[in-house]
Design a protein around this ligand. Structure first.
Ligand code: ZN
Length: 482
Protein backbone atom coordinates (compact mmCIF):
# COMPACT_ATOMS: atom_id res chain seq x y z
CA UNK A 1 0.00 0.00 0.00
CA UNK A 2 1.35 3.38 -1.02
CA UNK A 3 0.97 6.57 0.99
CA UNK A 4 0.76 10.10 -0.36
CA UNK A 5 1.65 13.01 1.90
CA UNK A 6 -0.34 15.71 0.14
CA UNK A 7 -0.51 19.48 0.33
CA UNK A 8 2.51 20.18 2.50
CA UNK A 9 5.63 22.29 2.10
CA UNK A 10 8.68 20.08 1.73
CA UNK A 11 11.62 21.63 3.58
CA UNK A 12 15.13 20.41 2.86
CA UNK A 13 18.58 21.77 3.60
CA UNK A 14 18.47 23.43 0.17
CA UNK A 15 15.10 25.12 0.27
CA UNK A 16 11.35 24.70 0.33
CA UNK A 17 9.07 23.20 -2.27
CA UNK A 18 5.30 22.88 -2.61
CA UNK A 19 5.25 19.16 -3.26
CA UNK A 20 3.54 15.91 -2.41
CA UNK A 21 5.58 12.95 -1.26
CA UNK A 22 4.74 9.45 -2.41
CA UNK A 23 5.83 6.58 -0.18
CA UNK A 24 5.98 2.98 -1.33
CA UNK A 25 6.82 0.42 1.31
CA UNK A 26 9.76 1.71 3.34
CA UNK A 27 11.04 4.14 0.70
CA UNK A 28 10.21 7.49 -0.81
CA UNK A 29 9.05 6.73 -4.35
CA UNK A 30 8.53 10.21 -5.75
CA UNK A 31 8.43 13.90 -5.01
CA UNK A 32 5.61 15.53 -6.96
CA UNK A 33 5.79 19.27 -7.39
CA UNK A 34 2.52 21.14 -7.23
CA UNK A 35 4.09 24.13 -8.85
CA UNK A 36 4.88 22.85 -12.36
CA UNK A 37 3.70 25.44 -14.81
CA UNK A 38 0.37 27.16 -15.28
CA UNK A 39 -1.89 24.68 -13.55
CA UNK A 40 -0.67 24.80 -9.98
CA UNK A 41 -2.57 22.01 -8.26
CA UNK A 42 -3.58 21.49 -4.70
CA UNK A 43 -2.36 18.22 -3.28
CA UNK A 44 -5.62 16.52 -2.49
CA UNK A 45 -7.25 17.48 -5.80
CA UNK A 46 -4.33 16.22 -7.80
CA UNK A 47 -4.12 12.80 -6.21
CA UNK A 48 -5.59 10.89 -9.14
CA UNK A 49 -3.51 12.79 -11.65
CA UNK A 50 -0.35 12.15 -9.68
CA UNK A 51 -0.89 8.48 -9.22
CA UNK A 52 -1.77 8.11 -12.90
CA UNK A 53 1.49 9.79 -13.77
CA UNK A 54 3.45 7.46 -11.49
CA UNK A 55 1.60 4.19 -11.94
CA UNK A 56 -0.13 4.56 -15.29
CA UNK A 57 -3.86 3.87 -15.45
CA UNK A 58 -3.96 1.12 -12.84
CA UNK A 59 -3.18 3.07 -9.71
CA UNK A 60 -3.01 0.98 -6.53
CA UNK A 61 -4.93 1.73 -3.38
CA UNK A 62 -3.15 4.29 -1.28
CA UNK A 63 -3.61 6.26 1.85
CA UNK A 64 -3.53 10.05 1.80
CA UNK A 65 -2.08 12.05 4.67
CA UNK A 66 -3.16 15.67 4.53
CA UNK A 67 -0.20 17.96 5.25
CA UNK A 68 -1.84 21.22 4.22
CA UNK A 69 -0.21 24.18 6.03
CA UNK A 70 2.45 21.88 7.45
CA UNK A 71 6.13 21.27 6.81
CA UNK A 72 7.25 17.92 5.46
CA UNK A 73 10.84 17.37 6.60
CA UNK A 74 13.33 14.51 6.72
CA UNK A 75 13.10 12.79 10.10
CA UNK A 76 15.45 14.09 12.76
CA UNK A 77 18.74 12.33 13.39
CA UNK A 78 20.00 12.62 16.95
CA UNK A 79 23.66 11.65 16.74
CA UNK A 80 24.31 11.73 20.49
CA UNK A 81 22.22 9.74 22.96
CA UNK A 82 22.90 7.60 26.01
CA UNK A 83 20.18 5.03 26.66
CA UNK A 84 20.70 2.70 29.64
CA UNK A 85 24.17 4.10 30.16
CA UNK A 86 26.12 3.20 33.30
CA UNK A 87 27.40 6.31 35.11
CA UNK A 88 28.57 6.79 38.67
CA UNK A 89 27.03 3.55 39.97
CA UNK A 90 23.64 4.06 38.33
CA UNK A 91 22.09 3.93 34.82
CA UNK A 92 20.44 6.55 32.65
CA UNK A 93 16.75 5.79 32.97
CA UNK A 94 15.54 5.66 29.39
CA UNK A 95 15.78 2.20 27.89
CA UNK A 96 16.13 1.87 24.14
CA UNK A 97 12.38 1.23 24.11
CA UNK A 98 11.28 4.28 26.12
CA UNK A 99 13.98 6.56 24.72
CA UNK A 100 13.29 5.83 21.05
CA UNK A 101 9.56 6.17 21.63
CA UNK A 102 10.12 9.62 23.16
CA UNK A 103 12.42 10.50 20.26
CA UNK A 104 9.68 9.56 17.78
CA UNK A 105 7.19 11.79 19.60
CA UNK A 106 9.58 14.66 19.02
CA UNK A 107 10.19 14.03 15.32
CA UNK A 108 13.43 12.07 15.53
CA UNK A 109 13.57 8.94 13.38
CA UNK A 110 17.17 7.83 13.96
CA UNK A 111 19.41 7.92 17.00
CA UNK A 112 23.10 7.15 17.22
CA UNK A 113 23.86 5.92 20.71
CA UNK A 114 27.24 5.34 22.34
CA UNK A 115 28.40 1.81 23.07
CA UNK A 116 30.78 1.98 26.03
CA UNK A 117 34.03 0.04 26.33
CA UNK A 118 34.87 -0.24 30.03
CA UNK A 119 38.63 -0.32 30.70
CA UNK A 120 40.08 -3.81 30.38
CA UNK A 121 37.43 -5.07 27.94
CA UNK A 122 37.22 -5.34 24.17
CA UNK A 123 35.42 -3.02 21.77
CA UNK A 124 33.59 -5.87 20.05
CA UNK A 125 32.31 -7.19 23.39
CA UNK A 126 30.99 -3.68 24.15
CA UNK A 127 29.32 -3.60 20.75
CA UNK A 128 27.63 -6.96 21.39
CA UNK A 129 26.34 -5.65 24.70
CA UNK A 130 24.81 -2.56 23.08
CA UNK A 131 23.19 -4.69 20.38
CA UNK A 132 21.68 -6.81 23.15
CA UNK A 133 20.21 -3.73 24.79
CA UNK A 134 18.83 -2.22 21.60
CA UNK A 135 17.97 -4.97 19.15
CA UNK A 136 14.24 -5.65 19.02
CA UNK A 137 13.44 -2.78 21.38
CA UNK A 138 13.63 0.39 19.30
CA UNK A 139 10.65 2.25 17.84
CA UNK A 140 12.91 4.03 15.32
CA UNK A 141 16.18 3.22 13.58
CA UNK A 142 19.43 3.34 15.49
CA UNK A 143 23.17 3.11 15.10
CA UNK A 144 26.13 3.19 17.45
CA UNK A 145 29.34 5.08 18.00
CA UNK A 146 32.02 3.38 20.08
CA UNK A 147 33.50 4.90 23.22
CA UNK A 148 37.16 3.90 23.39
CA UNK A 149 38.41 4.13 26.95
CA UNK A 150 41.26 1.63 26.78
CA UNK A 151 43.79 2.25 24.03
CA UNK A 152 46.15 -0.68 23.41
CA UNK A 153 47.36 -2.77 20.45
CA UNK A 154 44.29 -4.98 20.69
CA UNK A 155 41.67 -2.25 20.75
CA UNK A 156 43.41 -0.30 17.99
CA UNK A 157 43.07 -3.35 15.74
CA UNK A 158 39.48 -3.77 16.83
CA UNK A 159 38.65 -0.28 15.57
CA UNK A 160 38.86 -1.65 12.02
CA UNK A 161 36.59 -4.57 12.94
CA UNK A 162 34.11 -2.04 14.33
CA UNK A 163 34.11 -0.16 11.02
CA UNK A 164 33.33 -3.43 9.24
CA UNK A 165 30.45 -3.86 11.71
CA UNK A 166 28.99 -0.46 10.80
CA UNK A 167 30.57 1.66 13.54
CA UNK A 168 32.58 4.37 11.82
CA UNK A 169 33.08 6.86 14.66
CA UNK A 170 34.95 6.56 17.94
CA UNK A 171 34.57 8.77 20.96
CA UNK A 172 37.37 9.58 23.35
CA UNK A 173 37.54 11.62 26.54
CA UNK A 174 39.95 14.27 27.74
CA UNK A 175 37.74 14.45 30.86
CA UNK A 176 36.84 11.92 33.61
CA UNK A 177 40.33 10.74 34.72
CA UNK A 178 40.20 7.16 35.97
CA UNK A 179 37.01 6.38 34.06
CA UNK A 180 36.94 7.25 30.34
CA UNK A 181 40.00 9.54 30.25
CA UNK A 182 42.72 8.97 27.66
CA UNK A 183 46.16 10.56 27.70
CA UNK A 184 47.31 12.69 24.77
CA UNK A 185 49.53 9.79 23.69
CA UNK A 186 46.61 7.37 23.67
CA UNK A 187 44.47 9.86 21.78
CA UNK A 188 47.21 10.35 19.20
CA UNK A 189 47.54 6.58 18.66
CA UNK A 190 43.78 6.18 18.15
CA UNK A 191 43.78 9.16 15.80
CA UNK A 192 46.61 7.64 13.76
CA UNK A 193 44.59 4.45 13.48
CA UNK A 194 41.54 6.48 12.41
CA UNK A 195 43.65 8.31 9.86
CA UNK A 196 44.45 4.99 8.18
CA UNK A 197 40.90 3.67 8.16
CA UNK A 198 39.03 6.91 7.51
CA UNK A 199 37.12 6.79 10.79
CA UNK A 200 36.09 9.94 12.63
CA UNK A 201 37.33 10.60 16.16
CA UNK A 202 34.76 12.27 18.41
CA UNK A 203 36.08 14.15 21.39
CA UNK A 204 34.76 15.12 24.79
CA UNK A 205 37.07 18.10 25.09
CA UNK A 206 37.48 19.29 28.67
CA UNK A 207 40.77 19.28 30.58
CA UNK A 208 39.77 16.66 33.16
CA UNK A 209 43.10 16.67 34.99
CA UNK A 210 42.83 20.37 35.83
CA UNK A 211 39.08 20.12 36.49
CA UNK A 212 39.60 17.36 39.05
CA UNK A 213 41.91 19.68 41.00
CA UNK A 214 39.31 22.45 41.02
CA UNK A 215 36.62 19.98 42.10
CA UNK A 216 38.73 18.66 44.98
CA UNK A 217 39.51 22.22 46.10
CA UNK A 218 35.83 23.20 46.07
CA UNK A 219 34.76 20.20 48.10
CA UNK A 220 37.62 20.68 50.60
CA UNK A 221 36.44 24.28 51.05
CA UNK A 222 32.86 23.16 51.70
CA UNK A 223 31.48 24.45 48.41
CA UNK A 224 29.26 21.48 47.58
CA UNK A 225 26.16 22.89 45.80
CA UNK A 226 25.30 21.93 42.18
CA UNK A 227 26.42 25.34 40.85
CA UNK A 228 29.98 24.33 41.77
CA UNK A 229 29.78 21.76 38.99
CA UNK A 230 29.75 24.68 36.57
CA UNK A 231 32.26 26.83 38.41
CA UNK A 232 34.86 24.04 38.58
CA UNK A 233 34.64 23.38 34.83
CA UNK A 234 35.43 26.84 33.41
CA UNK A 235 35.08 27.54 29.68
CA UNK A 236 38.84 28.08 29.39
CA UNK A 237 39.41 24.39 30.13
CA UNK A 238 37.00 23.41 27.36
CA UNK A 239 38.75 25.83 25.00
CA UNK A 240 42.18 24.48 25.91
CA UNK A 241 41.18 20.84 25.46
CA UNK A 242 39.45 21.60 22.16
CA UNK A 243 42.60 23.30 20.84
CA UNK A 244 44.73 20.38 21.98
CA UNK A 245 42.40 17.86 20.32
CA UNK A 246 42.54 19.86 17.10
CA UNK A 247 46.33 19.92 17.23
CA UNK A 248 46.55 16.17 17.84
CA UNK A 249 44.13 15.54 14.95
CA UNK A 250 46.25 17.72 12.70
CA UNK A 251 49.40 15.80 13.56
CA UNK A 252 47.63 12.47 13.04
CA UNK A 253 45.69 13.76 10.01
CA UNK A 254 42.30 12.40 11.01
CA UNK A 255 38.78 13.86 10.96
CA UNK A 256 37.75 15.26 14.35
CA UNK A 257 34.26 15.92 15.65
CA UNK A 258 33.92 17.86 18.91
CA UNK A 259 30.87 16.64 20.81
CA UNK A 260 28.55 18.87 22.89
CA UNK A 261 30.51 22.09 22.37
CA UNK A 262 29.31 24.59 24.97
CA UNK A 263 31.89 27.38 25.25
CA UNK A 264 32.72 30.28 22.95
CA UNK A 265 36.40 29.54 23.71
CA UNK A 266 36.05 26.11 22.08
CA UNK A 267 34.07 27.49 19.15
CA UNK A 268 36.86 29.98 18.37
CA UNK A 269 39.33 27.09 18.16
CA UNK A 270 37.02 25.07 15.87
CA UNK A 271 36.40 28.05 13.59
CA UNK A 272 40.14 28.75 13.24
CA UNK A 273 40.86 25.12 12.35
CA UNK A 274 38.05 25.09 9.80
CA UNK A 275 39.27 28.34 8.27
CA UNK A 276 42.64 26.64 7.83
CA UNK A 277 40.94 23.79 5.97
CA UNK A 278 41.22 21.09 8.64
CA UNK A 279 38.55 18.40 8.89
CA UNK A 280 37.24 19.62 12.24
CA UNK A 281 33.53 19.63 13.01
CA UNK A 282 31.43 20.31 16.06
CA UNK A 283 27.97 19.81 17.47
CA UNK A 284 26.15 21.69 20.18
CA UNK A 285 23.04 20.73 22.14
CA UNK A 286 19.78 22.57 22.92
CA UNK A 287 20.67 22.88 26.62
CA UNK A 288 23.63 25.09 25.74
CA UNK A 289 21.41 27.29 23.59
CA UNK A 290 18.58 27.75 26.08
CA UNK A 291 19.77 27.01 29.63
CA UNK A 292 22.47 28.82 31.62
CA UNK A 293 24.64 28.73 34.71
CA UNK A 294 21.73 30.39 36.54
CA UNK A 295 19.78 27.15 36.16
CA UNK A 296 22.63 25.27 37.83
CA UNK A 297 22.39 27.80 40.67
CA UNK A 298 18.69 27.15 41.37
CA UNK A 299 18.11 26.75 45.11
CA UNK A 300 17.14 23.63 47.10
CA UNK A 301 19.36 21.32 45.06
CA UNK A 302 17.16 21.99 41.98
CA UNK A 303 20.35 22.88 40.14
CA UNK A 304 21.21 19.17 40.08
CA UNK A 305 18.65 18.74 37.29
CA UNK A 306 20.97 20.77 35.07
CA UNK A 307 24.25 19.01 35.83
CA UNK A 308 25.88 17.79 32.62
CA UNK A 309 29.40 17.98 31.25
CA UNK A 310 30.46 20.34 29.84
CA UNK A 311 28.35 22.50 32.17
CA UNK A 312 25.79 25.14 31.27
CA UNK A 313 27.46 28.48 30.59
CA UNK A 314 26.64 32.19 30.88
CA UNK A 315 24.31 33.65 28.20
CA UNK A 316 27.12 35.22 26.13
CA UNK A 317 28.23 31.69 25.24
CA UNK A 318 24.76 30.80 23.98
CA UNK A 319 24.77 33.85 21.71
CA UNK A 320 28.09 32.67 20.25
CA UNK A 321 26.68 29.18 19.70
CA UNK A 322 23.71 30.48 17.71
CA UNK A 323 26.17 32.42 15.58
CA UNK A 324 28.23 29.23 15.15
CA UNK A 325 25.14 27.42 13.93
CA UNK A 326 24.63 30.11 11.31
CA UNK A 327 28.25 30.00 10.10
CA UNK A 328 28.42 26.16 10.13
CA UNK A 329 31.30 26.14 12.61
CA UNK A 330 28.64 24.20 14.52
CA UNK A 331 27.37 21.72 11.95
CA UNK A 332 25.10 19.49 14.02
CA UNK A 333 22.64 19.74 16.90
CA UNK A 334 22.38 16.61 19.03
CA UNK A 335 20.93 16.20 22.49
CA UNK A 336 23.47 14.26 24.58
CA UNK A 337 20.26 12.79 26.01
CA UNK A 338 21.31 11.18 29.28
CA UNK A 339 18.38 11.17 31.70
CA UNK A 340 18.72 10.64 35.43
CA UNK A 341 15.73 11.09 37.74
CA UNK A 342 15.88 13.89 40.26
CA UNK A 343 14.68 11.55 42.98
CA UNK A 344 17.23 8.95 44.06
CA UNK A 345 19.62 9.51 41.13
CA UNK A 346 20.48 13.22 41.03
CA UNK A 347 20.03 13.09 44.81
CA UNK A 348 23.13 10.89 45.07
CA UNK A 349 25.02 14.18 44.94
CA UNK A 350 23.33 16.00 47.85
CA UNK A 351 26.21 17.39 49.89
CA UNK A 352 28.76 16.63 47.13
CA UNK A 353 28.08 17.98 43.64
CA UNK A 354 30.76 15.70 42.16
CA UNK A 355 28.50 12.71 42.87
CA UNK A 356 25.55 14.06 40.87
CA UNK A 357 25.10 11.83 37.79
CA UNK A 358 25.94 13.92 34.71
CA UNK A 359 23.21 14.30 32.13
CA UNK A 360 20.15 16.20 30.96
CA UNK A 361 17.10 14.61 29.28
CA UNK A 362 16.30 16.03 25.87
CA UNK A 363 15.82 13.47 23.08
CA UNK A 364 12.15 14.40 22.72
CA UNK A 365 12.49 18.16 22.31
CA UNK A 366 15.43 18.83 20.01
CA UNK A 367 13.37 19.44 16.87
CA UNK A 368 10.96 21.71 18.75
CA UNK A 369 13.68 23.70 20.53
CA UNK A 370 15.56 24.30 17.29
CA UNK A 371 12.34 25.20 15.48
CA UNK A 372 11.94 27.79 18.20
CA UNK A 373 15.29 29.14 16.97
CA UNK A 374 13.68 29.51 13.54
CA UNK A 375 10.72 31.34 15.09
CA UNK A 376 13.11 33.65 16.96
CA UNK A 377 15.09 34.40 13.79
CA UNK A 378 18.31 32.77 14.99
CA UNK A 379 18.47 30.23 12.14
CA UNK A 380 16.60 29.66 8.89
CA UNK A 381 14.10 26.90 8.23
CA UNK A 382 16.60 25.18 5.93
CA UNK A 383 19.33 25.40 8.54
CA UNK A 384 16.99 23.75 11.06
CA UNK A 385 16.64 20.73 8.78
CA UNK A 386 20.32 20.75 7.88
CA UNK A 387 21.69 20.78 11.44
CA UNK A 388 19.12 18.37 12.85
CA UNK A 389 18.92 15.83 10.03
CA UNK A 390 20.89 16.27 6.81
CA UNK A 391 24.35 17.02 8.18
CA UNK A 392 24.22 14.35 10.90
CA UNK A 393 23.33 11.87 8.13
CA UNK A 394 26.36 12.96 6.11
CA UNK A 395 28.70 13.26 9.07
CA UNK A 396 27.97 9.73 10.21
CA UNK A 397 27.63 7.88 6.94
CA UNK A 398 23.85 7.51 6.66
CA UNK A 399 23.34 9.69 3.59
CA UNK A 400 21.43 9.55 1.23
CA UNK A 401 19.50 6.70 2.90
CA UNK A 402 18.64 9.16 5.66
CA UNK A 403 18.60 12.93 6.09
CA UNK A 404 16.87 13.82 2.86
CA UNK A 405 13.48 13.73 1.16
CA UNK A 406 14.26 12.28 -2.25
CA UNK A 407 13.27 9.24 -4.30
CA UNK A 408 15.07 6.15 -3.02
CA UNK A 409 15.66 7.47 0.48
CA UNK A 410 14.12 5.79 3.51
CA UNK A 411 10.65 7.19 4.15
CA UNK A 412 11.68 8.79 7.45
CA UNK A 413 9.46 11.83 7.38
CA UNK A 414 8.11 14.27 9.92
CA UNK A 415 5.01 16.33 9.30
CA UNK A 416 5.50 19.44 11.40
CA UNK A 417 2.84 21.99 12.24
CA UNK A 418 4.65 25.34 12.49
CA UNK A 419 1.62 27.15 13.89
CA UNK A 420 0.73 24.77 16.74
CA UNK A 421 1.80 25.78 20.21
CA UNK A 422 2.82 23.64 23.15
CA UNK A 423 4.26 23.91 26.64
CA UNK A 424 7.08 21.55 27.53
CA UNK A 425 6.41 19.74 30.79
CA UNK A 426 7.16 16.56 32.69
CA UNK A 427 3.37 16.13 32.82
CA UNK A 428 3.19 15.63 29.05
CA UNK A 429 6.59 14.40 27.90
CA UNK A 430 7.27 10.76 27.08
CA UNK A 431 10.80 10.37 28.37
CA UNK A 432 11.13 8.04 31.34
CA UNK A 433 12.36 10.71 33.72
CA UNK A 434 10.74 12.62 36.57
CA UNK A 435 11.51 16.20 35.50
CA UNK A 436 11.88 18.39 32.44
CA UNK A 437 14.83 20.74 32.08
CA UNK A 438 12.53 22.98 30.01
CA UNK A 439 9.51 22.87 32.34
CA UNK A 440 6.94 25.51 31.36
CA UNK A 441 8.72 26.64 28.19
CA UNK A 442 6.33 27.77 25.44
CA UNK A 443 7.13 26.46 21.98
CA UNK A 444 5.66 27.43 18.63
CA UNK A 445 5.57 24.34 16.43
CA UNK A 446 4.75 20.73 17.04
CA UNK A 447 5.10 17.34 15.41
CA UNK A 448 1.86 16.32 13.69
CA UNK A 449 3.14 12.95 12.51
CA UNK A 450 6.33 10.93 12.50
CA UNK A 451 6.91 8.29 9.85
CA UNK A 452 9.75 5.78 10.15
CA UNK A 453 10.61 3.76 7.05
CA UNK A 454 7.10 4.22 5.74
CA UNK A 455 5.32 3.33 8.96
CA UNK A 456 3.38 5.98 10.85
CA UNK A 457 4.84 5.90 14.35
CA UNK A 458 3.16 8.98 15.82
CA UNK A 459 0.11 10.84 14.55
CA UNK A 460 -2.86 12.77 15.92
CA UNK A 461 -1.39 12.68 19.41
CA UNK A 462 -1.17 8.91 19.44
CA UNK A 463 1.78 6.53 19.42
CA UNK A 464 1.15 4.00 16.67
CA UNK A 465 4.59 2.42 16.43
CA UNK A 466 6.05 -0.63 18.05
CA UNK A 467 9.20 -1.70 19.82
CA UNK A 468 11.27 -3.63 17.32
CA UNK A 469 10.25 -1.63 14.25
CA UNK A 470 13.57 0.22 14.42
CA UNK A 471 16.52 -1.55 12.81
CA UNK A 472 20.26 -1.19 13.26
CA UNK A 473 21.89 1.11 10.73
CA UNK A 474 25.30 0.04 9.55
CA UNK A 475 27.10 3.32 8.81
CA UNK A 476 29.63 4.29 6.17
CA UNK A 477 32.57 6.64 6.73
CA UNK A 478 32.17 10.40 7.12
CA UNK A 479 30.62 11.92 3.96
CA UNK A 480 31.10 15.52 5.11
CA UNK A 481 34.87 15.88 4.77
CA UNK A 482 36.32 19.12 3.44
ZN1 ZN B 1 27.43 12.29 25.82
Amino acid sequence: MATLIAGGTVVTAEGTLAADVLIEGEKIAALLSRDNGAAARSGLESVQEITRSVYGTASPAFEVIDATDKYVIPGGIDAHTHMEMPFGGTFSVDTFETGTKAAAWGGTTTIIDFAVQPKGTSLLAALDKWHEKADGNCAIDYGFHMIVSDVNDGTLKEMDACIAAGISSFKMFMAYPGVFYSTDGEILRAMQQASQSGATIMMHAENGIAIDQLVAQAIAAGRTDPVQHGLTRPPELEGEATSRAITLAKVADCPLYIVHLSAANALTAVAAARDAGQNVFAETCPQYLYLTLDDLARPDFEGAKFVASPPLRTPDHAAALWRGLRTNDLAVVSTDHCPFCFKEQKELGRGDFSKIPNGIPGVEHRMDLLHQGVVAGEITLERWVETCSTTPARMFGLYPRKGVIAPGADADIVIYDPAATQTISVATHHMNVDYSAYEGMQITGKVAATISRGQVVVSDGEFRGSAGHGVFQSRDLNQYLI
